[in-house]
Design a protein around this ligand. Structure first.
Ligand code: WTA
Length: 679
């Protein structure tokens, strides 16, 4: 099988890092035996296991019929998963009203909001959060938002983002949050795909010292919706975020965009007289909760759909056990809510547990490279969750910025998004955690809804670079090319054999694509698209994507979507995109472009192409390298040999077997021009 080798995922040594005894004293899962016992139960008696978890939550009425029903085998009919179908509930009620009314947590802080600028911050209690959410839920209702309607949210990391998501959940609407770093094109595509009739955005946001005009980008997206499909949004609600901060009228005015009185309303205007009481809409356990888009190998993003009850149970339980959550914790996840990590582990999981979290708007290196450590000290953060790319970025500045701050409150460190190389793992462990805090490498996907392979802090002896063992209810397997399950030490395709509550239910509007993407290759299994190795001790090591997906700074991109952004340029005839290892981003984009006859490659063209990709997709997709390719290496049947391109991008001299190439000379030319690539 072709596997993308991520350097550094091979263990440097087999030294185990045992859980600290201090943590084991009052941990939920205090040792490995407890993990194994509970794991066995979760696999053998999933219904009993999840029924107990469900007892802690509120159900307006119980499930009807089977508690868990599913089919993973496409050859036996439609793939489907149903947890607690027929039960009536509301997730917003469970994570807010239940905390306030039943658990006496009204005065507890739900979020410490920390702005991009260190001078902006506030705290929000559960009482306040509930009131704001109810007010906004009433706003949505008054605008005509009904159960099942899709609402697009394009907001920075401000409290209104959480209010918006939860207000949708309260009225039974389906939120589709689009990361506020995406381009207008990407926003338009997502609005159209799920036919969102409402959009919530902000005037703008500062990211570091850069001002981003979100309203303008939103307007462009809405214009494109009209141009492409004559689709007109009903209402666009705009949070006054920059306008509120900037007394400087010049800055603010220069940045305003035309106002469309037919559809535009300011958030604060519509909130002013809205009632703080809002009866939740009681929805079915299997009703949709949200759509979140993720890259697809065809280039068109997939709308991953999650449903109410399973997602609630799973994010609540993973949050509780993986971060060993205790009521006095202050938890901070640095992800953006525009991605699944923020949905599950800033919004739903922590709130379901009544936790106190930090909600951070800014970036790790603004106004200084110690910002993360400063915030940890400021709020006495005890559980900290970030991405390998952020660790690698901050590692570059050495220990000094870390040591300036007191990180004594930290107990547990986590990472997510991509394989973590042992060097970064050890720096995180030694320098940030001062050898006191376990580092949890959590593997999961937008599609899995929550952690699926992960250590538990007081139970799992750690190996740097390994995501270790499956979470409760998750049954992994490793398959070879022929779909045969491999036992013991093995390497192959990572798949799951049975559902856990938060597995995605469908691709919005395209169930066939859901089945084709995840269940066709090996009938009977959910196929992750990741490669995986199991070592002699049974530890799982994720080796990276084995499909046409790239992971840049923890963000998945498909080669096809970048290639199509490149070929939209009038001089480009063909493009092929591969990954190249990058010290901070993990992987970066290396693009080969074949120009149309008579066109000349130049440095300025390369810059133009980079800009084109940035504008089509967003800054996260900006290529690092563009190389002129007079021709691309293809097989006789016309397939681009990406393996060869990857090797050229990595300047690997030994290109292996090239006998299937239609014209081997192509490779020589590309290799000789390798150093002319424009970085
Ligand atoms: C990768 C992010 C190795 C993997 C939650 C997966 C990881 C994809 C890890 C999902 C990890 C995520 N170790 N690889 N701990 N976590 N990945 O949908 O390739 O944005 O399939 O979800 O990220 O990315 P997504």
């Amino acid at each position: 099988m072709s596997r993308m080798v991520i350097p550094g995922t091979t263990p440097t040594d087999e030294k185990l890092f045992n859980p600290p005894e201090e943590l084991q004293k009052d941990a939920h899962i205090p040792d490995f035996e407890s993990y194994l016992r509970l794991y066995k139960k979760s696999i053998e008696e999933p219904e009993e296991f999840w029924k107990e978890v469900a007892e802690d939550f509120f159900w307006k009425s119980p499930p009807k019929g089977e508690f868990l029903k599913y089919n993973f085998d496409v050859t036996k009919g439609n793939v489907n998963v149903k947890f607690m179908a027929g039960a009536k509930t509301n997730i917003c009620y469970n994570i807010l009203d239940r905390n306030v009314n039943e658990k006496n947590r009204g005065e507890k802080v739900a979020y410490y909001w920390e702005g991009n600028s260190p001078s902006h911050s506030c705290s929000i209690t559960y009482n306040q959060l509930l009131k704001q959410v109810c007010k906004f839920a009433n706003v949505l209702k008054n605008m005509g938002v009904k159960k099942g309607d899709r609402v697009a949210i394009y907001l920075p990391m401000i409290p209104e983002l959480v209010y918006s998501m939860l207000a949708c959940a309260r009225v039974g609407a389906v939120h589709s949050t689009v990361f506020a770093g995406f381009s207008s094109e990407s926003l338009c595509e997502r609005i159209l795909d799920s036919q969102c009739s409402f959009l919530i955005t902000a005037d703008g946001v500062y990211r570091g010292d850069k001002l981003i005009n979100l309203k303008q980008i939103s307007d462009e997206a809405l214009e494109k919706c009209i141009e492409k499909e004559n689709f007109v949004i009903k209402n666009c609600i705009i949070v006054r975020h920059i306008g509120e901060q900037k007394n400087n009228a010049n800055v603010y005015n220069s940045f305003q965009t035309p106002w469309n009185a037919d559809t535009n309303v300011w958030w604060d205007d519509v909130m002013k007289n809205s009632s703080e009481e809002c009866e939740p809409e009681w929805v079915d356990a299997e009703d949709p909760l949200f759509i979140l888009y993720t890259s697809g190998s065809t280039g068109k993003p997939k709308g991953v759909l999650h449903t109410v009850a399973g997602y609630l149970l799973y994010t609540a339980l993973t949050f509780k056990y993986v971060f060993d959550y205790h009521p006095d914790d202050v938890y901070w996840c640095t992800a953006d809510i525009g991605w699944i990590t923020g949905h599950s582990y800033i919004t739903y999981g922590p709130l379901a547990n009544g936790a106190t979290s930090v909600l951070f708007e800014g970036v790790p290196v603004y106004p200084h490279v110690g910002r993360f450590w400063e915030i940890i000290e400021k709020y006495s953060v005890s559980k900290f969750y970030t991405a390998p790319t952020a660790i690698r970025l901050l590692m570059k500045y050495g220990q000094e910025p870390v040591k300036k701050f007191n990180l004594g409150s930290l107990k547990i460190l986590g990472t997510v998004g991509e394989p973590i190389n042992p060097e970064a793992w050890l720096w995180y462990y030694n320098v940030v955690g001062e050898k006191r805090c376990p580092v949890l490498d959590t593997f999961w996907q937008t599609e899995t809804g929550g952690h699926v392979i992960t250590p538990l802090p007081a139970a799992t002896p750690l190996k740097p670079g390994s995501a270790t063992f499956p979470f409760f209810g998750v049954l992994p397997s490793i398959l070879n090319e022929h779909g045969e399950e491999l036992e013991g030490e093995a390497e192959g395709y990572l798949v799951f054999k049975q559902p856990w509550p938060a597995i995605m239910r469908t691709v919005y509007g395209n169930h066939e694509r859901f089945e084709n993407t995840y269940f066709k290759k090996f009938p009977g299994y959910y196929v992750t698209g990741d490669g995986c190795r199991r070592d002699k001790d049974g530890y799982y090591w994720i080796t990276g994507r084995i499909d046409d997906m790239l992971n840049v700074s923890g963000h998945l991109l498909s080669t096809a979507e970048v290639e199509s952004a490149l070929t939209e340029h009038p001089v480009v005839a063909e493009a092929a995109v591969v990954s190249r290892p990058h010290a901070v981003k993990g992987e970066c984009l290396y693009c080969f472009v074949t120009l149309k006859n008579g066109r000349e490659f130049s440095h300025s063209l390369a810059e133009e192409l980079k800009k084109q990709v940035r504008e089509k997709i967003g800054p996260i997709a900006t290529p690092d390298f563009i190389q002129n390719a007079p021709a691309l290496p293809k097989t006789r049947s016309g397939k681009i040999m990406r393996r060869v391109l990857r090797q050229i991008a990595r300047s690997e001299k030994d290109l292996g077997d090239l006998s299937t190439l239609a014209d081997p000379k192509v490779v020589e030319v590309l290799f000789s021009q390798r150093w002319e690539a424009t970085a």
